[in-house]
Design a protein around this ligand. Structure first.
Ligand SMILES: *Cc1c(COP(=O)(O)O)cnc(C)c1O
Length: 421
């Protein structure tokens, strides 16, 4: 099946007289005929339902749909994108380990990797997404267990060179983990280029309507965990009656360990109702992504031609530094554009306050057009010098182009620019 069809049909296949629409199984627990049966369920916890802290039929239908869209062997939903990235790393890194991450990643992930994981004894080694192979090689330490990057970075809009990073990661026998939130599997399937594990904030395009917060981890099943770097997958798990994940679960070892060990212990599993809402978003994902890309490319060209604009970051533009990589890896560059308005901070804020259709909100990848001012909002605590170091200009506006008619979006931007004369 192609993506449009998977969006509608994967994950839930009703049988004779069953509901057409995936039902919300609003139950924390599941009934069995005898104590013996309940006992046996614990021997085969991936085959039966035990408790909705780590498995629920509504959520699992969505997991299956996302796994099929990405081309993976399995997926596990989480209650936020942050939880997905946290568990993706914790599943293979423990105190005393390190991993490498591109520096051009989402601000919340920066906090998680360089501050919170550090307190847990896990070191995150920073490498620029533009680094050459030799520099990336040099970043590896004997305890390095993974490499991480974002397909289309939030908010920098850099494009991650998947094959370059996958090749080096595999040479060191560690997996490449990628946050594919902005691209979604509709615009990029990282597994086709050598990535091993994908994460998403499903809060963004997958949901699309700003109604549920969630995340997901998807396992390609392609990484060979048995070469010595990952004893937690290849040696008996004491907390789970001595199971050896790679022996019992083969290609799905990583994603089953994440559920049976980490989700069991941390419990950041989404509610069935959230999964139901997420599924409604997923049903139209493929159709929506095409229109976001079309609208955003038109807006990016409009901004590029506007003499009140200093610079535009959108890899769909031929002039963009990442255009060639975008052509190689992406079928479109999403609806998100970062641009710098001439005149700095005050001008940017005046421009944004003059918009009527586009809303000011801390969100991105919504169905409605919205704007955010990184310097005074998400990165407010930084000084002007720190902002410059983070690549954020006081005049930078992050514009998330929605699905309104393009004429209305452009007319609204005209109003904003007219106000800053
Ligand atoms: C928003 C976002 C996250 C965090 O997701 P939440 O659902 O807000 O926890 C992670 N990665 C990227 C690229 C994001 O845009």
């Amino acid at each position: 099946m192609k993506d449009e069809t998977k969006c509608l049909h994967s994950g839930y296949h009703p049988k004779n007289s069953e509901p057409r629409v995936m039902p919300i199984v609003q139950s924390t627990t599941y009934v069995y005929d005898s104590t013996a049966e309940v006992a046996s369920v614990f021997d085969e916890p991936t085959k039966s339902l035990i408790y909705s802290r780590f498995a629920n039929p509504t959520v699992m239908a969505v997991e299956q749909k996302i796994a099929e869209l990405e081309g993976g062997v399995g997926a596990m939903c989480t209650s936020s994108g942050q939880a997905a990235n946290l568990l993706a790393i914790l599943n293979i890194c423990k105190a005393g380990d390190s991993f490498i991450s591109a520096t051009e990643i989402y601000g919340g992930t920066v906090n998680l990797f360089w501050f919170t994981l550090k307190k847990l004894g896990i070191e995150c080694i920073a490498v620029s997404t533009d680094a050459d192979e030799e520099t990336i090689e040099k970043a590896f330490k004997p305890n390095t267990k993974a490499v991480f990057g974002e397909t289309l970075a939030n908010p920098a809009l850099t494009v991650f060179d998947i094959e370059k990073f996958a090749k080096i990661a595999h040479k060191h026998n560690v997996p490449l983990i990628m946050d594919n939130t902005f691209a979604t599997p509709v615009l990029c399937k990282p597994f086709e280029f050598g990535c091993d594990i994908v994460t998403h904030s499903t809060t963004k395009y997958m949901d699309g309507h700003a109604v549920q917060g969630g995340g997901v981890i998807v396992d390609s099943g392609n990484f060979d965990w048995t070469k010595g770097n990952f004893p937690e997958l290849t040696e008996p798990d004491e907390s789970y009656h001595g199971i050896v994940y790679t022996e019992v679960y083969g290609k799905a070892a990583y994603i089953i360990k994440a559920r049976m060990q980490l989700m069991r212990d941390f419990g950041c599993y989404p509610a069935a109702h959230s999964a139901f809402l997420l599924n409604l978003g997923l049903e139209t994902l493929a159709v929506r992504m095409k229109q976001y890309c079309e609208n955003a490319l038109t807006v990016a060209k409009y901004l590029e031609a506007n003499d009140k604009v200093e610079s535009v970051a959108y890899p769909g533009l031929e002039s963009d530094k990442y255009h060639e990589l975008a052509k190689k890896y992406l079928k479109g560059c999403s609806g998100v554009i970062s641009f710098v308005i001439k005149g700095g901070r005050e001008t940017a804020m005046k421009f944004m306050d003059s918009l009527e259709l586009a809303s000011n909100e801390v969100h991105v990848a919504d169905i409605r057009t919205c704007v955010l001012h990184p310097a005074s909002e998400t990165h407010r605590q930084l000084t002007d010098e720190q902002l410059a170091a983070a690549g954020i200009n006081g005049g930078m506006v992050r514009l998330s182009v929605g699905l309104e008619n393009i004429d209305d979006i452009l007319a609204d931007l005209d109003k904003g620019f007219a106000a800053v004369d």
